[in-house]
Design a protein around this ligand. Sequence first.
Ligand SMILES: CC(C)(COP(=O)(O)OP(=O)(O)OC[C@H]1O[C@@H](n2cnc3c(N)ncnc32)[C@H](O)[C@@H]1OP(=O)(O)O)[C@@H](O)C(=O)NCCC(=O)NCCS
Length: 167
Amino acid sequence: MNIQISPVSRADVDAIAALARIVWQDAYPGIITQAQIDYMLEQRYNTLRLLEELGMPNLWWDKVTVDGKLAAFASTLTTEKRDEMKLDKLYVDPLRQRLGLGGRLIAHVSERALAQGCTTLILAVNKRNEPAIAAYRKNGFVVRDAVRVDIGNDFVMDDFIMAKSLH
Ligand SMILES: CC(C)(COP(=O)(O)OP(=O)(O)OC[C@H]1O[C@@H](n2cnc3c(N)ncnc32)[C@H](O)[C@@H]1OP(=O)(O)O)[C@@H](O)C(=O)NCCC(=O)NCCS
């Protein structure tokens, strides 16, 4: 198995959006409604938004390929706190989960966060997303806070904020 981590390019955006749909349809039914899945996918993975994000200076998109095929992706961004970086997205193809790819991406983005002078990596995860919470705990994150964020159209993100110290 040839596993590579590299930056997402403009040529990848359709494949990223397609993989996001596959992962979300596998992970989120039972946690959020289908209407919220569709709304959030459209909001976060439309072509224009992805292309825009690829051009942003304080936001990084990374992908994992396994034998040349897209298997996982992550995005990270700086926050208003200078010593913190946020892991904004982390998604692994259901066929490739629990093979360590998520852990590798967390290690990869942690290195970058450190290189940018950050000492903490944070993320938001749905309170009912128990497999992901377990994966984050295994990778050194602890729950720091709980938030409810209104994202429009009567949808709410009911999340834990988890943090990992990079020292
Ligand atoms: C959560 C996710 C990113 C983890 O990535 P991954 O590549 O599957 O995780 P890893 O193989 O690096 O797992 C590391 C450890 O996390 C824990 N873990 C991972 N998936 C788990 C699951 N479904 N249930 C319980 N523990 C899990 C395990 O302890 C695992 O180690 P082990 O397999 O040796 O026991 C991935 O499973 C995923 O994309 N899930 C669906 C989408 C999602 O919820 N993303 C997070 C959004 S905030």
